[in-house]
Design a protein around this ligand. Structure first.
Ligand SMILES: Cc1cc2nc3c(=O)[nH]c(=O)nc-3n(C[C@H](O)[C@H](O)[C@H](O)COP(=O)(O)OP(=O)(O)OC[C@H]3O[C@@H](n4cnc5c(N)ncnc54)[C@H](O)[C@@H]3O)c2cc1C
Length: 412
């Protein structure tokens, strides 16, 4: 009988890992305490980009933080009661805001993200669902020349890292996205970028195909992971035990506790984010638009127009601050003056973030047969299929096609 692999977590990373492992001819069981795709992979902005390789902590960021925190429409908020808990992580995060780390992260992420489309394609072809990803490019827009010029070093850096970016002016912005406010007179078109029209359906489709192809899905909470002397693992869940030849921890922002059970300590923190989706936007929007100064993405999805972004440091337990989402409605109205905001849904989710903006992908150095696949931060939809292929190669005992050194769990 083929070796049995348990994948813990059925977000986009777990779903892609399970699907790629199955393609190696191994038996797969996916375990999640919710149905697939109910957490962070459900409500994100849906950007699928091969070149989103720059870290969150960038050189010079420290100077901008006070201004972000003081601006009620700003991209960053900290729940002050959570600050003592978050402080050690924040210090590590800020210490990554230097050029050396920036290049280390960008080079690591380049290998992981470059094959994003080629790694989604076989999974979506198999599920007859290629319509879930569209490759129509993305627009970065600016409402002042100063903002455009201030962002130029960042765009030049992206170009240096291989991104195809075209400077465009007012008339081209109007032609590409006629509903956008006329205040956006400066722009950049990234023709290679893509989007998913529904991140949750994407995740559920890939997980559902794993089951249709003979895998199992168990809805249960994983509580303990026992390592047996014979090299097997027993996964203890709220619904019983599952024995495995290998186990993959892909539990998103909740992976830190599971890794700690195996004595692998990782500085994983949630960068909470919000979205609003306007079900009946009443304005045509064809492609993703990033208002760079506000750090938000507007994405046309099959559920309507979604505005997503913002970072809130408040941990995994605190209630959402829906004011952060309401701010996004105001920003949406500024971007699309004729937007209908009468039908709005709101959402909050947990980006699983490590200080260096690199995920953890690879074997545990301490726990034989355990593989990690978490910490994809702001780019999990872009990094998941490449992670899935890499994890499958490792579990099957093959040499991975990408360099996994930057993603080692013991790098901290
Ligand atoms: C506002 C916002 C916008 C974003 N925009 C983008 C974007 O445009 N492009 C992009 O690439 N990324 C984006 N992201 C990031 C992306 O959504 C995440 O990186 C990605 O969804 C993480 O996927 P995951 O599978 O690791 O985690 P999740 O989707 O959170 O899945 C983890 C799963 O593990 C399960 N789990 C946890 N603990 C246990 C346990 N003990 N037992 C059983 N199950 C457990 C959970 O129930 C959950 O289903 C955005 C995020 C946010 C918040």
């Amino acid at each position: 009988m083929a070796r049995h692999v348990v994948v813990i977590g059925a977000g986009i990373v777990g779903a892609c890992s399970a699907a790629w492992i199955q393609r190696k001819g191994l038996r797969v069981t996916l375990i999640d305490r919710s149905d697939p795709g109910e957490e962070t992979s459900s409500g994100n902005a849906g950007s699928v980009s091969p070149t989103a390789v720059l870290p969150v902590a960038m050189p010079g960021m420290l100077r901008q933080i006070p201004q972000w925190l003081l601006d009620p429409l700003g991209p960053l908020a900290i729940r002050w009661s959570y600050l003592p808990k978050a402080a050690p992580w924040l210090i590590r995060f800020l210490s990554c805001a230097n050029r050396e780390q920036m290049w280390r992260t960008a080079n690591g992420m380049r290998g992981l993200l470059a094959p994003v489309f080629e790694c989604y394609a076989p999974l979506l072809d198999r599920a007859n669902a290629s319509d879930l990803i569209r490759r129509e490019g993305c627009l970065y827009v600016y409402d002042s020349k100063e903002a455009f010029e201030a962002d130029r070093p960042m765009q030049d850096l992206r170009r240096k890292l291989g991104a195809k970016l075209e400077d465009i002016g007012e008339s081209e912005i109007r032609r590409l996205e006629p509903s956008l406010s006329t205040k956006f007179k400066w722009g950049i078109h990234a023709p290679e970028n893509g989007l998913t029209v529904n991140p949750q359906r994407l995740t559920k489709t890939i997980a559902g195909q794993v089951v249709r192809d003979g895998g199992r899905f168990i809805r249960a909470e994983v509580r303990e992971i026992e390592l047996r002397p014979d090299g097997r693992q027993v996964i203890h869940t709220s619904e019983g035990e599952e024995s495995a030849d290998a186990a993959v921890i892909a539990a998103g922002a909740w992976s830190g506790r599971l890794a700690a059970l195996l004595r692998d300590k990782v500085p994983l923190e949630s960068q909470r984010g919000y979205h609003v989706t306007m079900a009946d936007p009443a304005v045509p929007v064809r492609r993703m638009v990033n208002w760079v100064r506000r750090r938000v993405f507007a994405t046309p999805m099959e559920m309507g127009l979604r505005l997503a972004g913002t970072v809130e440091i408040a941990g995994l337990r605190a209630e959402p601050n829906w004011r952060r989402a309401d701010i996004l409605v105001d920003i949406a109205k500024e971007m699309y003056p004729d937007l209908n905001v009468s039908k709005v849904t709101r959402w909050m989710g947990h980006r699983p973030c490590l200080p260096d903006s690199l995920p953890v992908i690879g074997p545990s150095p301490r726990a034989p047969g355990i593989f990690y696949a978490f910490g994809h931060g702001h780019v999990g939809m872009c990094g998941a299929p490449g992670t899935g292929r890499t994890i499958a190669e490792l579990v099957a005992g093959e040499r991975p096609q990408i360099d996994i050194q930057p993603f080692r769990v013991d790098r901290f």
